[in-house]
Design a protein around this ligand. Sequence first.
Ligand SMILES: Nc1ncnc2c1ncn2[C@@H]1O[C@H](COP(=O)(O)OP(=O)(O)OP(=O)(O)O)[C@@H](O)[C@H]1O
Ligand SMILES: [Mg+2]
Length: 256
Amino acid sequence: MSLEVRGVTKAFGSLAVLRDLNLSVEPGEFAAVIGPSGSGKSTLFNLISGLDRPTSGEILVQGAPASVASGKVAYMPQKDLLFPWRTVLDNTALGLEAQGVRKKEARRRAGELFEAFGLDGFQSSYPFELSGGMRQRAALLRTVVLERPVLLLDEPFGALDSLTRTEMQLWLADMWQRYRWTVVLVTHDIREAVLLADTVHVLSPRPATVVERIEVPRSGPRGLDALSEPEFAATERRLLDSLSGRVSRVNEVTAG
Ligand SMILES: Nc1ncnc2c1ncn2[C@@H]1O[C@H](COP(=O)(O)OP(=O)(O)OP(=O)(O)O)[C@@H](O)[C@H]1O
Ligand SMILES: [Mg+2]
């Protein structure tokens, strides 16, 4: 397994945020985590990246306890800001520089990805000269170029308008099919989860635990055509039911 979260509980003082949370992600898998606002999704990412520690339970990344020092996780936080005074190229090289790669080499490696990320020609621009979607692609490039075994993306498209968001989702689907990164994506967007992920982990409200793990059925590649497949709509519906608690209520009724 690339990632294993085992029985993780996290509290901030008296506030219980995560409760006995389990999930695992295989190498090359695209996993999505979906859950209500404030349920603890970003908290979970802070634990996986090693920025914070669980109150109990354990998190293994490629079999070793999660830690910042292990350098196994690349994390694109929910509010990933580009530095306004750095050019786009210098912004995207920043993560590599921070881990000790020399500036010239860092720029070369980041520069190689500009075309694939639709940013060619904007190397010397400043972030304010980019569109919202381009800024998010630049932030993603900065994360991906680290070439770490696990990528954590916390609502990468949350702030975009719906058209740009759809374009970015289709673009990411395409990129994933090309590079096969191991990804965990946090999202509020059911359609985004179904479009992109192999598996979707549905969280309960706080304290969050995984209430359901749904495998997304696929009969073709991820992309625009997938949106009109009947199984796509059925998976969306299942996720909506799971998120709104309808599934557990049905189970309770059956059990009673
Ligand atoms: N360092 C911290 N200290 C105290 N409380 C915290 C800390 N970090 C998060 N919390 C609390 O934990 C809860 C979960 O926060 P978190 O940011 O993980 O939610 P989320 O699921 O990512 O929400 P959203 O979808 O809105 O981004 C919130 O009530 C938040 O106030
Ligand atoms: Mg969050």
